[in-house]
Design a protein around this ligand. Structure first.
Ligand code: CU
Length: 338
């Protein structure tokens, strides 16, 4: 349906190599379609089920007047959502137009299909996925609930719509078809003993000696855990300075036994940072992400380890990302006394 130039959904500015390809949410460069599907299912499982400790990890950190841009994108936004934009955008165009750049994405009719599907993920995550064990999925912050936007309705009348009016799709008059979710139970297989042995013998440097880190190649290092052994913990990557005009993506692996970065369907895959390029005056932003490790530990022989080995794998070319720091904290984080 994407090849028919007379179809309403057609756009000439799309990556011609991807018109018939299996969508690649991981952008690892893997050419084996079966492995790409396995990677996709793992990414969806990670961003929908296993990777988030609270509602902000999924939805993104609060962004309000006075806050710096891009305080921290949510797992679905930076993962599968970004991937679709970049996968469809046309590399023959100067800035990946149409879908591959923020400013031009809405010119491709596919944008509306894609974002309707993002909305579907939000609805699924909020109301239909008890297995992701996030204790409270509501955002009660009045700045969020009362934020409003102006739209023209079907009678060309200007109407104000608040965020709280839009949180329940049934109230908006539509519902999503119930379909199978192949990623729902796609938990990667547990690691073997080999991973434990490799980790024990690691010569990877300590994170403190590497950060702040300009991420331009694969980097492997040790990070101290908050508690020994299996624990409810989060990996925090903070003060990530990004060039907002570029496509940037890196994957995070924990205690990876084989360092085969073309395959994501393994316990070691902890999550992703990725962004759609913007054409903006403000060319840098500082952001952070949190990745829940608790369920990863369940699939590893972690013993009473007091460190993890983290591997960062950039998927973009050249500079653009500097990571200020990395640490493991307890979940829920200890509240500061200030
Ligand atoms: Cu988008």
């Amino acid at each position: 349906m994407f090849l028919d130039s007379k179809a309403a959904i057609y756009d000439s500015k799309r990556n011609q190599d991807n018109l018939k390809a299996v969508v690649d949410l991981g952008m690892t460069g893997n050419k084996d379609p079966l492995q790409v599907v396995a990677n996709n299912l793992t990414i969806m499982y990670s961003e929908m089920i296993r990777g988030n400790a609270d509602v902000y990890d999924f939805m993104g950190q609060p962004y309000r007047e006075g806050t710096a841009v891009n305080p921290g994108p949510g797992s679905s936004e930076r993962g599968s959502h970004t991937a679709i934009h970049v996968f469809v955008g046309d590399p023959r165009e100067p800035s990946g137009e149409d879908l591959g750049n923020f400013y031009s994405a809405g010119r491709d009719p596919l944008f509306y299909c894609h974002h309707a599907n993002v909305d579907r993920m939000w609805t699924l995550w909020q109301y239909f996925l008890p297995s992701n064990k996030v204790p409270d999925k509501r955002i009660t912050d009045p700045d969020f609930l009362n934020a409003s936007f102006l739209f023209y309705d079907e009678n060309a009348q200007l109407v104000r719509v608040t965020v709280k009016d839009t949180l329940d799709n049934l109230r908006m008059g539509y519902d999503f078809e119930r379909v199978d979710l192949p990623w729902l139970d796609y938990r990667p297989p547990p690691q073997t003993l080999k991973a434990k042995i490799i980790r024990t013998g690691t010569t990877a440097p300590k994170a403190e000696t590497l950060f702040p880190l300009k991420l331009e190649k694969v980097v492997r290092f040790q990070v101290s855990k908050a508690k020994k052994g299996k624990a409810d913990e989060l990996l925090v990557l903070e003060n990530i300075t990004v060039d907002t005009t570029k496509f940037l993506k890196f994957d995070v692996f924990v205690n990876d036994e084989d360092d085969n970065a073309l395959e994501l369907d393994k316990a070691a895959y902890a999550g992703t940072y990725a962004q759609v390029p913007h054409k903006t005056a403000n060319k840098t932003a500082t952001t952070s992400i949190r990745l829940k490790l608790t369920d990863l530990y369940d699939d590893m022989d972690i013993g009473d380890d007091d460190t993890i080995v983290v591997t960062l794998v950039p998927r973009h070319q050249g500079p653009g990302v500097t990571i200020g720091g990395i640490k493991v904290i307890e979940n829920p984080p200890a509240t500061s006394s200030s």
